[in-house]
Design a protein around this ligand. Structure first.
Ligand SMILES: Nc1ncnc2c1ncn2[C@@H]1O[C@H](COP(=O)(O)OP(=O)(O)OP(=O)(O)O)[C@@H](O)[C@H]1O
Ligand SMILES: [Mg+2]
Length: 290
């Protein structure tokens, strides 16, 4: 019985840890200018609207524009964290995040490109460990392609959103990136996001599953005026144009993430019940002997 109680306690602790741990989503693309920043910002705000604790990480360490896209001027950036890395704990780290009025927190990239070389995987590892238990979601706007630091996020992430467009060259590179994810053992985590998928193109949205050999695809419509206006004023369109087709696509992705998270929690509860049940069954068996 002592062993069973110990087992129960361990299961409870594991459940608590599992519930506490957030999820990291790496927003990637093979080419630049595909819509990673727009996606990082609007997905983060859509999740925050569902009462999730969300931190947006700007992984473009040379020319990051996440804060600007949200009309924010950062007081601190990841470079300041590097300077105090040894003393950093989760309480200290909270002071280095920028607050957006949606509730989303942002870890800004350095203010100058030359500081990018100060950011190493050691820094990212420590920051990841300190943030992952404080937030429900870490959304990372990674650099285009497969740079070393982007690979850190890709490997650590729970989900990879690989953005593409219907453009021929982008599609070719997305396919190569998918193949590389396969070689790296990361393909299971990938969901392809076809951005601007309603645009008129030689490649049709319906052709994408065959080209990329996957059905795990989500389509986001092309609404250039809305996106441009949103970037120019620094207000995410999910905040002020919630009824647009574009915002609806983002809310749908957020909903899917949330229901997946719910399923995981329910699964964990069920498995802990079965431990309880097994102890109860054994108790019955013990009583029947006496
Ligand atoms: N759904 C959309 N419909 C129309 N235009 C879009 C859409 N999403 C993004 N864009 C446009 O695509 C361009 C690139 O967007 P964004 O800056 O988010 O890309 P990025 O991948 O982060 O680029 P970079 O490689 O420079 O960081 C922007 O001009 C934006 O207006
Ligand atoms: Mg960007």
């Amino acid at each position: 019985m002592k062993n069973e109680l110990k087992q129960l306690k361990e299961a409870r602790e594991a459940r608590a840890n599992k519930n506490k741990k957030g999820e990291m989503i790496a927003i990637c693309s093979a080419n630049g200018g595909i819509g990673r920043t727009v996606m990082s910002v609007n997905l983060a705000v859509a999740l925050a609207k569902n009462n999730m604790r969300v931190c947006n990480i700007d992984g473009n360490f040379q020319f990051g524009d996440l804060c600007l896209s949200m009309d924010l001027r950062p007081t601190f950036t990841i470079k300041d964290i590097v300077e105090e890395l040894d003393q950093m704990d989760e309480y200290a780290l909270a002071n280095f995040l920028v607050n957006h009025k949606s509730g989303v927190k942002i870890l800004s990239s350095p203010e100058r490109p030359e500081y990018a070389e100060l950011i190493t995987t050691t820094v990212l590892e420590k920051v990841y460990k300190l943030l992952i238990n404080q937030f429900d979601y870490l959304i990372v706007d990674t650099e285009a392609g497969l740079q070393d630091l982007s690979l850190f996020y890709i490997e650590k992430s729970d989900e990879i959103f690989l953005l593409s467009t219907l453009d021929m060259i982008v599609m070719k590179n997305t396919k190569m990136m998918l193949e590389t994810f396969d070689i790296l053992g990361q393909k299971e985590k990938v969901r392809v996001i076809v951005n601007k998928s309603s645009v008129d193109s030689v490649i049709k949205a319906a052709d994408v599953p065959e080209i990329l050999e996957t059905d795990n695809i989500f389509h986001i419509p092309n609404q250039p005026e809305l996106v441009l206006q949103s970037l120019n004023v620094g207000i995410p369109f999910v905040s002020n144009h919630g009824k647009s087709d574009l915002a609806k696509a983002y809310f749908k992705i957020a909903d899917q993430l949330l229901s997946k998270r719910k399923d995981i929690t329910t699964d964990t509860k069920t498995s802990s019940n079965s431990i309880l049940q097994s102890i109860f069954q054994k108790g019955k068996a013990v009583r029947s002997i006496f």
